[in-house]
Design a protein around this ligand. Sequence first.
Ligand code: DX5
Ligand code: ZN
Length: 233
Amino acid sequence: MTPFNRSIKIAPSILAADFANFGAECAAVEAQGADWVHVDVMDGHFVPNISFGATTCAAIRPHIKGTMDVHLMISPVDAYIANFVDAGADILTAHLEAGPHIHRTLQAIRAHGVKAGVALNPATPAEALTHLLDDIDLICVMTVNPGFGGQSFIASQVEKVRTLRRMLGDRPVHIEIDGGVDPTTAPLVAAAGADVLVAGSAVFRGGSVSEPDGYGRNIARIRAAAEAAREAG
Ligand code: DX5
Ligand code: ZN
C-alpha cells in the first residue's frame, strides 16, 4: 500500500461488475485509473443480500495490483478475520453495528498486520467513534443502507462526514464514502473531507472488459468533480 495521504482516491465496487469475470474486471478498472478495488462481502444476515466470501476474495487477489479494500457486511465478524487476511485484504472494514465488541474486532484486524476500517450505517452518529479514533485506519461512511448497489445517495450523511473530519484532526485516517457516489454527489463529500470514494454503478455503467474506456471516463469524471470541489473549498 502507498503511504497515507488525503488525495482523492476512486475505489470501484465490484458488486457492479460481471460476477463471472472478476479477475478481468479488476484489472480493467485498475488499468483505467482506479486507485483501490472495493470488495463487498454480504452474508444475508447483517444485510439482506448475499454476495460472496473469503474464497472469492482470494481468487480475485492475484488480479489486483494495488489495494484490495474489503468491506465486511457480515455478523459476527471476528471468527472470519483470519480468512480474509489470508485472502489478501489490505484493508478490512467491519461495521460498528455488527456486534457488541467493535473495539476487539478492530484490534484483531490490526494484530494481523492489516489496516482496520470501521463502517457506519446511515443512522449511526459520528460521535459513536469518539473513543475509537486511534484504533482505526479508515472510516467508511455509508451513504446508502448497506446491502445493494444502485441506491440513491442519502444527503444527510454529508454533515456526518464534516463532523468526522473535524473529530479526526491530523490523525492518518481515511474517510471513505460508500453508496450512491457519482459526479453529482462526489463533490459534496469531497468538500466535506472525504478522500476515498467507492462507486459501483457509476463506474461500471457504460463500460465493459472489452470496452474499458467507458470505465476510464466514468472514473475520470468522478475524480474531476471531487477534486474541483476540494480546490473550491
Ligand atoms: C452497498 C455496498 C456498496 C455498493 C455501492 O452495500 O457497500 O459498495 O456496491 O454501489 P453504488 O455505487 O452503486 O451505490
Ligand atoms: Zn461497500
